[in-house]
Design a protein around this ligand. Structure first.
Ligand SMILES: [Mn+2]
Length: 282
């Protein structure tokens, strides 16, 4: 894996953004490949231009450091990986940098939220799947349980793009009285999202939240999802109105010779970094 983002890797001490690659897939149940997501995203980032037309600046000049990928043993249990992510994100955040986790399967996001849970954060969760199962195939830390674990750690979660859920998941949401925090398919309302989220926000972007025509390279694609402009509209609004404290881009499972999805992931990371660092310009 080439350790650079947009062909550079600034020294840790000079970077405002720290990318933490987590090449993990342990509980993936359909199409495999998420462990290759970080390498594909970093490679595709070479094609992202430094100049952000919307922000009228080179966001990359703020300093982006790419850490060594977490060293994960073959067949490692998700609990262990979640703990590794928690430690890495805690360190980066306490050093005053924006932690950016790139996966890897979605279970890794739970470690980031564990690390930041005392920072009074809400979570914006973009995904095709509700991920609200209490347990899946014997694990509470399966990718299918990611949002359930996140909900247990923070006060409010807004889930956007959801178009695959079980009866159990919906009943769970009803039981905690937070049904209004789930938006199906593209039926979101930005004002409502902003109302649900508190002042400080962690964004968890599962790449399958995008429509499968835009991002086919995921483990479990679903039609009916967000298009690029939806993502931009939602995240720009959150960046403008809230303080983004960190984010992740997970579940990219690259398809050989089809880099389009990888580029969407790389550009999504760059846009989110811009919205995080230049909130006042939005
Ligand atoms: Mn998903």
């Amino acid at each position: 894996m080439a350790l650079s983002f947009m062909e550079r890797n600034d020294p840790y001490k000079d970077a405002k953004v720290c990318i933490i690659p987590v090449p993990y897939e342990g509980t993936v149940c359909f199409r495999k490949g998420a462990k290759n997501g970080p390498a594909a995203l970093l490679k595709a980032s070479y094609e992202v231009e430094d100049y952000d037309i919307e922000l009228e600046r080179e966001v990359i000049e703020e300093g982006f450091h790419v850490m060594e990928p977490l060293k994960i043993a073959e067949g490692e249990r998700p609990e262990k990986v979640v703990e590794m992510v928690r430690l890495a994100v805690s360190k980066v955040f306490s050093d005053g940098k924006i932690p950016v986790v790139i996966g890897g399967e979605h279970s890794v996001s739970v470690g980031a939220v564990q690390a930041l849970k005392d920072e009074d954060i809400s979570v914006l969760h973009i995904d095709a799947h509700s991920d609200l199962r209490d347990e899946f195939e014997g694990s509470k830390y399966s990718h299918a349980c990611a949002a359930r674990r996140m909900r247990e750690l923070v006060d409010s979660v807004a889930q956007v793009g959801i178009r695959s859920a079980t009866r159990e998941c919906i009943e769970y949401l009803d039981s905690i009285g937070k049904k209004d925090t789930m938006f199906f398919e593209r039926n979101y309302d930005i004002d409502e999202i902003l109302e649900i989220l508190g002042d400080r926000v962690y964004i968890s972007l599962d790449m399958d939240g995008f429509d499968s025509s835009l991002v086919p390279a995921v483990g479990t694609p679903q039609p009916g999802g967000l298009l690029w402009q939806d993502f931009i509209d939602i995240c720009r609004a959150v960046g403008k109105e809230k303080e983004i404290v960190g984010f992740d881009v997970v579940e990219l499972a690259p398809i050989a010779d089809n880099p389009a999805s990888d580029l969407v992931a790389a550009k999504a990371l760059y846009k989110l970094a811009g919205y995080t660092l230049f909130s006042e310009d939005l």
